[in-house]
Design a protein around this ligand. Structure first.
Ligand SMILES: [Zn+2]
Length: 396
């Protein structure tokens, strides 16, 4: 039983009775012989979902590895540099590092995540094979969705065949990247992506960094392919910086098309890049999720795999300030990301899985603003971590 806890909308305090991995009762009154976590006026949130990670690139678990200054480097130069770091400077295997990051994210409340996995001429399928093992080993703790991701481009020697093999091995999402600037042929990449997705009955997730009208044109073409192939609800465009780069006025028609087409946008609130405007996308009805992207890895020294912190950064950079806006920002990493990943939407209802996070502030909006420590993380009724929890002893 979680006692003295508020619900995300601020109602409470209530007691939450959990049994056999599910929420059995929400109300007041204790249960005889129950194990108790006293939440002391904190808030219970649904377990978090991270819609965009790169578990294979992280350097977590290594001694600090300084990153080179790559100002002005092209994407192929950056890819080569990142692969050289992983190849020459790491001491742990891809699987060991990926598992450490997934477990760190779980300790912070992430119970499901989507990870892109590099498939390049140099890496081949090594990272995919490692991550498939991680997904299996952690299956009881974190649901991991794997994207076969052509980081160096689709149009590279051997990559189309490698992507196909990655899907056959068990990736469930096919990835794309800047079809114009990385591959130099928008239609060729999109045709190949959708053909693979149809063949494997898979979802699609495209990294789109390209800015201005070029990025807007690519996003428009992704919408056209989504319409033509009947893929509404199964296509994500990650970053879509162009929606924040163009003025609100210039991007409005495209934003409306994205909403109508059923293409979801996942933003990572990347520090130095323009990001889609939350209020504009919400108003148009776009499904807008949030992910960590690079977490202390070969591309970025920052981050710790904390979905709540990412939702905070998204809200902070968008200048959100009212409680309904903060609450909606919190929902990006709970119900919205769950929808985007095609998972059952985690909510706090009787009968729902007991995937829960407890934090100190007294409601969801305050929890987002503070993005502080997790008092308790509970996955399918199992206590992953809880303050004051002494291994199953009664601690009223
Ligand atoms: Zn990414």
């Amino acid at each position: 039983v979680l006692t003295q806890v508020y619900l995300p909308d601020g109602t409470g305090p209530v007691d939450l009775v959990l049994r056999q991995g599910r929420i059995e009762r929400i109300g007041n009154g204790l249960v005889p012989d129950a194990q108790i976590i006293n939440c002391a006026g904190g808030t219970v949130l649904p377990g978090f979902v991270d819609a965009h990670m790169h578990l294979d690139k992280t350097l977590i678990g290594e001694q600090w590895i300084p990153l080179p200054n790559l100002g002005g480097a092209s994407v192929p130069m950056r890819v080569a540099e990142a692969e050289a770091i992983l190849e020459n400077l790491t001491t742990l295997s891809v699987a060991e590092r990926a598992e450490l990051l997934a477990q760190q994210a779980l300790a912070l409340g992430t119970m499901a995540l989507r990870s892109h996995v590099d498939v390049t001429p140099a890496m081949g399928l090594r990272s995919v094979e490692a991550l498939l093992g991680v997904r299996e080993r952690l299956a009881s703790q974190v649901d991991i969705q794997l994207v076969a991701f052509p980081q160096a481009g689709f149009n590279q020697p051997g990559v189309p065949d490698l992507l196909e093999e990655a899907m056959r091995l068990g990736c469930s999402v096919i990835g794309g990247i800047d079809p114009a600037t990385v591959d130099g042929d928008i239609e060729q990449q999109l045709r190949a992506l959708f053909q693979l997705a149809v063949r494997f009955d898979a979802a699609i997730d495209v990294h789109l960094h390209d800015l201005g009208w070029l990025g807007a044109f690519e996003l428009d073409r992704i919408c056209a392919w989504t319409d033509a192939e009947g893929f509404a609800g199964r296509v994500v465009v990650s970053h879509a910086f162009t929606l924040g780069d163009l003025s609100e006025n210039d991007s409005q028609t495209l934003v409306e098309r994205v909403a109508r087409t059923g293409v979801a946008i996942v933003t990572c609130a990347t520090g130095h890049r323009p990001l889609p405007r939350a209020r504009q996308l919400w108003k148009a009805g776009v499904l807008l999720g949030v992910g960590s992207d690079n977490v202390h890895d070969t591309w970025s020294p920052y981050g710790r795999g904390d979905a709540l912190e990412m939702a905070f950064l998204f809200a902070y950079r968008n200048g959100l300030r009212t409680d309904p806006e903060l609450y909606r920002a919190l929902e990006t990493v709970t119900t919205t990301n769950a929808r985007i990943l095609g998972r059952p939407v985690g909510d706090l209802a009787v009968g729902a899985p007991a995937d829960l996070v407890v934090v100190d502030p007294p409601n969801g909006a305050a929890a987002l603003a503070a993005h502080g420590p997790r008092r308790a993380v509970i996955r399918r009724g199992q206590v992953i971590h809880a303050d004051g929890w002494t291994g199953g002893q009664l601690t009223p």
